[in-house]
Design a protein around this ligand. Sequence first.
Ligand code: NAD
Length: 368
Amino acid sequence: MPELFFDGFGPERIVEVYHPKLNIRGIVVIDNTALGPGKGGIRFTPSVDKAEVFRLARTMTWKCAIAGLPFGGAKAGIIGDPKSLTPRQKDEWVAAFAKLLRGISPEHYVAAPDMGMAEREMGVFARANGSLKSCTGKPEKMGGLPHELGSTGFGVFHSVIVALRHLGKKCEDVTFAVEGFGNVGESTCKFLTESGARLVAVSDSKGALVVPDGIDFERLKKVKKARGTVAAYGGKVLPSKDLIFQDVDVLVTAAIPDLIRMKDVPKIRAGLIVEGSNIPTTIECEQALAKKGVLVVPDFVANAGGVISSYVEYIGGRERKMFSLVEEKVRKNTSVVLGSAEKQGIIPRMAALRIAQERVRAKCKSCR
Ligand code: NAD
């Protein structure tokens, strides 16, 4: 596991907080604020530590920079097991953490939900902090944009369209598979099927459904809701992992980390992989996939719809603004990254990283 390190970009601040009465410990890492206040979620797990928070904060620095948002990168952690708390106790913890962060949020840190945190907790956080600008992902009545709108999946969909165009293909002519049928996976399936692409395989934690003639999205949604798994749709069902080996034009990842390993690379048949999930593979695998002729759109480019939606909430925008900004930014960023990668003969992740670093350096007086 990589440790925390200091380099030419940050981290600028590492804040540790402690609430003696409730015995709560928390961490905030503000990695770089050259482009704006540090943006990033709060992770509430028993194992979260400084190194993990730092890694996630650094990822946010690049994600916000590549998305062209006026946010820097940050992340926070509350050390504890949220499942062991009653809803009232959890509110108490979140409120205490928010009060401890009043000196840095919202000026230097803008929070959001991450593991163990959701809309309700963001409402508690904002109330305890005293500013609606202290976090995004709030309930709708506090100016939040509902998670169910599927902003991340909407962005993943646009990333697929642009990448297909880069390969000289059209949406209506392709087949696709989606790993995971949660928030990101379901909305990606919706927008792609509506645009004429054929969904032939989809998975969740219980299995991978394969229907070469095509899966009806509305029926699939009903089956998942009623029976709890896509495997109950009716069709061939394989182990979840086998989804990645299906013979499709496009593979979208939308569930677990470390999904594609080196030993899987020779068996991948998709020509395009769009990373809707975070860290579904390693840079070495992406390089090996590129050698095989598989184009991979990296996570922090393809799944930026969520943070773009957060920005719209932050500036007080509503649903329409969110959809238009996600479309505009994800399309532009995917196109710039793929064009730059091709021109330089490097993989898209490296091209995206270079662009993000240049953007941060251009505004950062204290960076090396
Ligand atoms: P979610 O909890 O809503 O859905 C996850 C889905 O993955 C579920 O359908 C679950 O059954 C399925 N799943 C679990 N284990 C699986 C397995 N082994 N094989 C196949 N499917 C499996 O989560 P989400 O919000 O859709 O997030 C998915 C990924 O996208 C995560 O990596 C997350 O970090 C990333 N992401 C999410 C957002 C967002 O706005 N939700 C934004 C950026 C990145």
